[in-house]
Design a protein around this ligand. Sequence first.
Ligand code: DGY
Length: 328
Amino acid sequence: MKKKILVARAVFPEVLARLEQHFEVASNQQDEPLTAAQLADQLRDKEGAFTTGGERIDAQLLAAAPALKICANMAVGYNNFDLPAMTARGVLGTNTPDVLTETTADFGFALLMATARRVTESEHFLRAGKWQRWSYDMFAGSDVHGTTLGILGMGRIGQGIARRGAHGFGMAVIYHNRSRLPAATEAQCKARYVSKEELLRTADHLVLVLPYSPESHHAIGAAELALMKPTANLINIARGGIVDDAALAAALRARTIAAAGLDVYEGEPKLHPDLLTVPNVVLTPHIASSTVPTRRAMADLAADNLIGFLVNGKPLTPLNPEVLAKGR
Ligand code: DGY
């Protein structure tokens, strides 16, 4: 008999078809996000769940899902998982590292450049029919080449952004991270380790790529923004909640920093209303990993984790491998 799984959000039909070869699948191709109560109800009799960052897996949900053995997240970030609670109940969590690294780093750079060069602000001006003549300071922005790139959170994606900045744009790269990188990695990225304060005070473009956790909540708030140069740009492709969005909107309005590029928000998909009214911010809807090949690779890896674990006993990218050792 096939094991039962839930695919909690819509996914590529080919990936769904592959899962259906191995499992009895309940799917959500209509893509209505499930409430916590609906998710718990759907998972009551399931051994596996294909999740995205929008499905919260916590102790309360796990108590309602006694058969659950694995949640395979189609995301590298997994702050929607209460991993200690999952481990305590013997539920494996998996994510999708590596397959999105370069695509996400590309987007970090795209957002940096769009922000520095005021791409969306000038496009809105043009579409509104306001362009009458060329002028010497029209949408004059910040340079990217030869400036200082700061990176907060120097994991795989941060390193990808550092390489692009150092090797492609001749930027001086500085970074801050929980732990310093090995010298060889620093050399590849041409990156110099600095304190968080020096990073904030020195960067012309500060890119946030750190994971969200209670420790990184509001890592960038009013005090940190006040340390940044008035000419600096802030880019957040990490997670909502790392930046205090109200403080950022106030800094943008007061122009104590020049501009921001944001792909993630506190409480997304809702946005702090002030972010929608300040002109010096580029806003995108959490799409940093969204290219067709990369989203397909992420979906395939999440499916491979479900098949690997529930059919063959070997997941590819486990987050809490201690569950495997316990052999539930
Ligand atoms: C990730 O993979 O964590 C991205 O943010 C997509 O959700």
